[in-house]
Design a protein around this ligand. Structure first.
Ligand code: BES
Ligand code: MN
Ligand code: ZN
Length: 488
């Protein structure tokens, strides 16, 4: 599915489906002599954000269907506008058409320009139109007709802006879909080797240079924390490094680090059985940093960006790490592993230390790190932690802009006191309370050499329940952040 731009008068265009406002729909229907049909169809329609109505016109009309987005004629705030485009996108998914024209970018939204209105609509479409049906019989769910193309309607004056927004929406969609696909793959398919192969394939298609550290190399380097997690598994772990050099040779890179636990059983500190299947999503941080890199490359952003993926499987076995084991991290600090289920921070700390060698302008790690993050923020916001206010504010702003919001959490020194070990430099879990913050405090001990932000996406990266699946978050936030860094 691709987005494109469509100019010209709406009265002249032919399409199987026009997504538009009530007023505009009425005007078109009346013009094509469908007044009676239209008036009857909309009689009970409530023209409010979140409501939609699909009106089939008679065979003679150039527009076969009108998909009316409720509330879209009013002067709007950004929130209700998102509600309108989300509902319209979902209704378009259900409409069973192969093509559509999207005529909602011209709405009036307070303090938001045409570029934003286009981007917001197309992100809603990318979310609504995503399907993952690789492992299902064709007749099951993917038998339905989904659009293969959606064209954004605009006038000549808006053309250049909409074209730019469309280009970037196509780039974002490619990255989002890539991240969601990786997240949704079952853990017997998506293991660390699979992540490496997918990263390599991404490299071949997008001009990204991909390398990886093997377990042997990591052992030799002294990545004892990473190794303590991967050692219980039969499938080897990797530190994957994907380098997109879109900037000038000497520009310091932005390094994105993703938690890539392809399945988290908890290890010897075994998790309970309920919903354990959802721990296949414990590599969503990895998926989203690779997805962001894919989007950045597709948009040809003039930046240097490196995605590092700490890929391992957390399994119990005769070789697995025991609670009480002490390991030496790449930084030299020793860690007493009191709970093998706090494994994310162990693979990430060595990745963070390794990132120092790139002399990064900023390091942002993304991880489904703590269940406590879901308790604190639920699914609407990702948790954001940072040792630099400018970086934190830029990420918060990118979240607000993209609708993929984050909320800042404290990293005060006082919380560091929760991390004390009798036997090593630091334990891998804190004293009870503030579990997401103490996890971030652990990471902060390894991020002193650069501007750093940590995003705990345990609540936002995937959904449980009937709509179980990866969301691709925070790809929209990170892509917006990178666009803003590139002056776009
Ligand atoms: N991957 C989990 C965190 C998680 C839980 C993500 C639920 C998404 C949904 C992480 O590795 C973990 O197990 N964390 C522990 C930490 C604890 C042992 C200090 C947790 O949150 O319980
Ligand atoms: Mn765990
Ligand atoms: Zn985990």
């Amino acid at each position: 599915m691709k987005y494109s731009t469509q100019t010209g008068s709406l009265d002249q265009l032919s399409t199987p489906c026009l997504v538009t406002t009530l007023k505009q729909a009425r005007r078109l229907a009346y013009q094509s002599g469908e007044r009676t049909l239209f008036d009857a169809a909309v009689r009970d329609f409530k023209d409010l954000p979140g409501r939609t109505l699909l009106v089939q016109l008679s065979g003679a009309s150039r527009v076969a269907r009108l998909l009316i987005a409720g509330g879209a004629d009013a002067a709007l705030e950004p929130g209700p506008y998102r509600k309108i485009v989300d509902a319209a996108a979902r209704a378009l998914r259900a409409a069973g058409v192969t093509k559509a024209i999207w005529a909602l970018a011209g709405c009036r939204v307070a303090e938001r320009d045409l570029y934003w209105r286009t981007a917001a609509g197309l992100t809603a479409l990318s979310n609504a139109l995503y399907v993952f049906s690789e492992h299902k019989a064709p007749a099951d769910d993917n038998g339905r007709t989904l659009p293969t193309g959606v064209a954004v309607h605009t006038d000549e004056r808006g053309k250049a802006t909409v074209q730019r927004a469309v280009r970037e929406a196509n780039a974002l969609k490619a990255g989002l879909d890539f991240a969601r696909d990786l997240g949704n793959q079952p853990p017997n398919v998506c293991n660390p080797g699979y992540l490496l192969r997918e990263a390599r394939a991404l490299g071949r298609s997008a001009g990204i240079n991909v390398t990886a550290l093997s377990e042997k190399q990591m052992e030799a380097l002294g990545m004892g924390a990473f190794m303590s997690v991967t050692r219980g598994s039969e499938t080897p772990g990797y530190m994957i490094i994907a380098n997109y050099a879109g900037g000038r040779r000497n520009d310091a890179p932005i390094v994105l680090v993703g938690k890539g636990i392809t399945f988290d059983t908890g290890g010897i500190s075994l998790k309970p059985g309920a919903a354990m299947d959802e721990m296949k999503f414990d590599m969503c941080g990895a998926a989203t940093v690779l997805g962001t890199l894919k989007a950045a490359a597709a948009a040809k952003l003039p930046l240097n960006v490196i995605a590092m993926v700490a890929a391992a499987e957390n399994m119990p076995s005769g070789r697995a790490t025991r609670p009480g084991d002490i390991v030496r991290t790449l930084s030299g600090k020793t860690v007493e592993i009191l709970n093998t289920d706090a494994e994310g921070r162990l693979v990430l700390c060595d990745a963070l230390t390794y990132a120092e060698r790139y002399k990064p302008s900023a390091v942002i790690d993304v991880a489904t790190l703590t269940g406590a993050m879901i308790t604190a923020l639920g699914s609407h916001a990702s948790g954001l932690f940072a040792n630099d206010d400018t970086l934190a504010e830029a990420l918060l702003e990118a979240g607000e802009w993209s609708g993929d919001r984050a909320w800042r959490m404290p990293l005060w020194d006082e919380y560091q006191e929760a991390l004390k070990s009798n036997f090593a430099d630091i334990p891998n879990i804190g004293t009870p309370g503030a579990g997401s913050i103490t996890a971030a405090c652990f990471l902060a001990r390894f991020a002193g050499a650069f501007r750093w932000a940590h995003m705990d996406v345990a609540g936002s990266a995937f959904q449980g329940g009937p709509a179980k699946g990866a969301t691709g978050r925070p790809v929209p936030l990170l892509f917006r952040y990178l666009c803003a860094q590139a002056g776009r």
